[in-house]
Design a protein around this ligand. Structure first.
Ligand SMILES: Cc1ncc(COP(=O)(O)O)c(C=O)c1O
Length: 449
């Protein structure tokens, strides 16, 4: 637990909550009208925002959004990566509107799909691609293909990973056992039957799991981003590649969040060699889409499965997946966004944000830390964690909620569930300074110094 006075924190949280309620009367009134929404929200995780009710969105443009009470916010959450291109991007919006007026879903391929797959190959290096409506689905399909072509039943994931709502991955390690992660609802089977869990940055652990001989694939983020940012130690990812190759395990790299490292994700930045690759969220420029790519060797085996007349009911699919509208959105996104020159700017923003945060906690002698991965950065109330388990043990829900609510009351939205900021080409240095000032003031309020 962090070195913060808990009574002081509770007092501050009370006064910030009062301020939030007083300044968001329309969002409060809206919360009274949500009785037809399960738990009052369209998705379960929307319950996790700090404060007694969520802010209700009016509109979002570029790096900012307004709520129905008329407050404007600097958006450092960007739809948890879904809007990393910036909100309401003009060219992407135009392409979507144009495609919508020409038909959005017809069950036939469009020319955009071939263009998009070629561009994905150029960026990420894998030669063959298909599309889904979410990164979750792309991961699920990657696991299915991996099991199909290896004939092995199990997967390996990192402790405290997150790869979407994929049943096999909603797990943690308990001693040498795999159990459901806290909060996972209604697992369909005991996850020990499907999954081995290994610690991030621990090659011995991986070697042990791989040696069972029952593993189809290992699904990883190259840096953990969903329990906060945990960066790979030097040599770790090379070790993962060597061990997975040695045991004939397909390595699936999920870059849904780590695309923040650059236009080709960590795979290009760090010269990684996945057998399969998954990405979602950001490539749709704010519309729902996911993708999975694969090496020529994997593709040759997977393409053979496509000759079966049962491929439409194979468990890989989705009627709207690969639809004309998605493909037009991805084409426009990869044409106008996530470009090298834009990453130069967004990385500079993230570095300035990191410096501001670091200066504030160091000035007060707090043993906190901050990690940057490209255009994304995150602070911790402890030294940098090395594994997902370390990271999970360091989570401080009360302090997290306070930092988020304090920021919201000062016009800044951080990514929920941890203390992460993501930058788009539309953020400007004044946005970073605004965060730095309010962060510094929060630490004054918390520490009295
Ligand atoms: C690394 C990673 N993979 C997959 C997903 C799932 O994405 P979606 O919820 O869009 O299916 C997420 C979501 O946060 C993610 O962080």
């Amino acid at each position: 637990m962090s070195d913060i006075d808990r009574a002081r924190l509770a007092d501050l949280m009370r006064s910030e909550t009062e301020h939030f309620v007083a300044t968001h009367p329309k969002s409060a009134a809206h919360a009274e009208r949500t009785s037809s929404l399960l738990a009052g929200v369209p998705m379960p995780w929307m319950r996790r925002w700090p404060g007694p009710f969520p802010i209700v969105l009016d509109q979002a443009h570029g790096a900012r959004f307004t709520d129905i009470d008329g407050h404007e916010y600097v958006d450092l959450c960007l739809g948890d990566t879904g809007s990393m291109t910036g909100h309401a991007h003009a060219e992407i919006g135009a392409a979507i509107t144009e495609q919508m007026s020409r038909g959005s879903t017809v069950m036939l391929p469009t020319q955009d799909a071939a263009w998009v797959a070629q561009e994905m190959s150029r960026r990420f290096g894998l030669p063959k691609w298909q599309f889904t409506l979410s990164a979750t689905d792309a991961n699920r399909f990657a696991l299915r293909f991996a099991r199909a072509i290896t004939g092995k039943p199990k997967i390996i994931v990192h402790d405290w990973c997150y790869h979407g709502t994929v049943d096999e991955t909603l797990v943690i390690q308990l001693g040498d056992r795999t159990i459901s992660r806290p909060g996972a609802i209604g697992p369909q089977v005991n996850p020990a039957l499907t999954t081995h869990v290994v610690q991030f940055n621990d090659l011995e652990d991986l070697e042990r799991a791989a040696a069972h001989g029952d593993v189809a694939c290992m699904l990883i983020e190259p840096a953990l981003t969903n329990i906060g940012i945990v960066l790979p130690a030097p040599g770790y990812l090379q070790g993962v590649r060597e061990i997975t190759r040695k045991h004939g395990i397909i390595l699936v790299i999920d870059e849904t969040h780590t695309i923040c490292a650059g236009p080709g994700g960590c795979t290009k930045e760090w010269g990684l060699e996945p057998d399969m690759f998954v990405i979602g969220k950001t490539i749709g420029g704010g519309t729902p889409v996911g993708a999975y790519g694969m090496s020529a060797a994997v593709a040759a085996q997977v393409e053979a499965l496509h000759d079966d007349d049962g491929i439409d009911v194979s468990g890989v699919g989705g009627t709207l997946a690969g639809n004309a509208l998605s493909m037009a959105a991805v084409r426009a996104t990869l044409t106008h966004a996530l470009l090298p020159e834009q990453f130069v700017h967004t990385k500079q923003m993230a570095t300035a944000w990191t410096d501001g945060v670091k200066h504030a906690y160091e000035r007060r002698g707090l043993a906190w830390s901050v990690q940057q991965l490209g255009s994304r950065a995150e602070y911790w109330f402890c030294p940098p964690p090395r594994t997902g388990a370390d990271a999970a043990a360091a989570v401080d829900h009360d302090l997290d909620a306070f930092m988020h609510l304090w920021a919201i009351n000062r016009g800044i939205l951080l990514t929920p569930f941890h203390n992460m900021a993501l930058f788009s080409p539309f953020h400007v240095v004044q946005d970073v300074e605004r965060h730095t000032v309010q962060f510094d003031e929060a630490l004054t309020a918390l520490t009295g110094r």
